[in-house]
Design a protein around this ligand. Structure first.
Ligand code: FES
Length: 138
């Protein structure tokens, strides 16, 4: 799979491949390399601004739970993945992606939800914890 999201320890989601980032129905990035905030503290969400260092974001970067799943539609080779930013919620994966933990464990699929509030107990995937927090993001 050509679209990859690496999950470094205590760092952002580092995506490479054909990546589209959607906020409020608009594509705000169409790129081959982007770092998206997963600590919840970037002033430039959904993009990383280095705030994980300032706040001492502490996460090993391994897949602690959750996974991507296959979607119903067939996906063409080389298709882009769209990352849809849910308002006050996760990064929704729509398209082919391999999430690679810092220990090399991989979850592949075309649908899923990645945590961007920093509070999930199943990082890098969302477990709904953003709902009980005051996490706010477009
Ligand atoms: S976005 Fe963090 S738990 Fe949902």
């Amino acid at each position: 799979m050509s679209n990859v999201a690496e999950v470094p320890s205590a760092g952002p989601l580092c995506l490479t491949g054909r990546i589209e980032v959607e906020v409020g129905g608009e594509i705000v990035a169409d790129t081959d390399d982007v770092a998206l905030c997963r600590c919840g503290h970037s002033a430039n969400k959904p993009f990383c601004d280095g705030s994980h260092n300032r706040v001492g974001f502490d996460d090993p970067g391994v897949i602690q739970g959750g996974r991507l799943v296959p979607g119903r539609e067939e996906v063409a080779d080389g298709a882009p993945v769209r990352i849809v930013c849910a308002v006050n919620g996760p990064l929704l994966v729509r398209g082919p992606l391999a999430v690679v933990g810092s220990d090399g464990v991989v979850s592949e699929g075309t649908k899923g939800a990645l945590c961007r509030c920093g509070l999930s107990s199943t990082k890098p995937f969302c477990d709904g914890s953003h709902k009980e927090s005051d996490f706010e993001a477009d």
